[in-house]
Design a protein around this ligand. Structure first.
Ligand SMILES: [Fe+2]
Ligand SMILES: [Fe+2]
Length: 335
């Protein structure tokens, strides 16, 4: 038996091709029936869309099998969605987050695909638009972000935080796009690390940690030869585990020899890991994580930047208030 997933009435845009079937749910006698409303592949005329919005907005569904197609549709139309004045910040943020999660999941599955790398920078460019236009994007995006640690949710969370913090620091659009892409890609080198090390619950042995420490260089190698990843994004991939006092890896460089973007990445990467639920630890609350970073991790961070990050984020991170069911799809574990 087919299963169906509700989608929002205004999820569909005028004059776009919808390549998945649309159904209307009819509830009667405690059960639901699903009636085909519009066959995939038909253009959604303004009249039909209007009819959907006015009469059936709360009954619109798709087959659960088509959820991937639905997210691809959102990805293809992301710019239009972001510029649509009739959508709330919350809805836009939810779509931005969902699309990013799919893009990163696809990239992790097929990291050699040039197309997947292009999708990363396209997403970052569109999301910069959302963040610049909408002053509520900060609470919108933090409100929808997941706090369950997986490589792809971690990549999306850090990217979103990097973009928002970059806006707070008055970076220009190009710089924001580089940060957004770099953060999405920063841990891609973990694909080259054995799964038993990546997913090990508990502390790594000295030997295992040595292996884990290879991921920044591995990521850099994977992306560098492609030639279509900006050098500033690559700095994030290569240097995001360098400590300000020179005790980090892979090179043990310190101070301002670490690129500003990578110093930002070091802070955001740590913050997201601490505030996410991992296989070996519960998620910490934002305040506790920031306090620990400030008081117990001396030398890891550029302190001036960390102070700025605390000012920027302090009262805003609402992840613990996130409602369940905000995203319609949860991705499978990435090995
Ligand atoms: Fe990393
Ligand atoms: Fe990371």
């Amino acid at each position: 038996m087919s299963e169906y997933t509700s989608i929002s009435g205004n999820a569909l845009l005028e004059d776009t091709e919808v390549d998945f079937d649309l159904f209307l749910r009819a509830d009667a006698g405690g059960s639901s029936n699903y009636v085909l409303y519009c066959r995939g592949g038909e253009d959604l005329s303004p009249e039909r869309r209007e009819e959907l919005l006015s009469k059936h907005a709360d009954r619109l569904c798709i087959s659960t099998e088509d959820v991937d197609k639905y997210i691809e549709y959102q990805e293809k139309n992301l710019k239009k969605i972001i510029n649509d004045e009739n959508r709330s910040t919350r809805q836009k943020s939810g779509i931005v987050y969902q699309v990013a999660t799919k893009v990163v999941a696809d990239l992790l599955e097929n990291p050699k695909s040039g197309k997947n790398i292009e999708r990363i920078s396209e997403w970052a460019t569109n999301t910069v638009g959302h963040i610049i236009q909408d002053n509520n994007a900060l609470s919108g995006l933090l409100g929808v972000s997941s706090h369950d640690y997986q490589i792809y949710t971690h990549s999306v969370n850090t990217s979103v935080l990097g973009l928002l913090f970059g806006k707070h620091l008055s970076f220009n659009e190009d710089e924001l796009t580089r940060i957004g892409s770099g953060m999405l890609l920063h841990d891609i080198g973990k694909l080259a690390i054995p799964v038993n090390v990546i997913n090990k619950p508990g502390n790594l042995t000295g030997e295992e940690f040595k292996v884990m420490k290879k991921h920044p260089k591995e990521g850099f190698k994977m992306l560098e030869y492609r030639g279509n990843v900006n050098s500033l994004s690559l700095k994030i991939v290569l240097q995001h585990h360098e400590n300000y006092d020179g005790t980090g890896y892979p090179y043990g460089i310190g101070g301002n020899s670490i690129h500003l973007f990578a110093r930002i990445a070091r802070i955001i990467d740590t913050y997201d890991a601490m505030t996410s639920k991992r296989s070996y630890a519960e998620a910490m609350r934002p305040f506790a994580a920031l306090s620990e970073m400030k008081d117990k991790m001396h030398g890891c961070f550029d302190e001036e930047l960390l102070r700025e990050f605390i000012c920027f984020l302090g009262p805003e991170d609402q992840r613990e208030k996130r409602r369940s069911g905000d995203t319609i799809y949860s991705f499978p574990s990435v090995k």
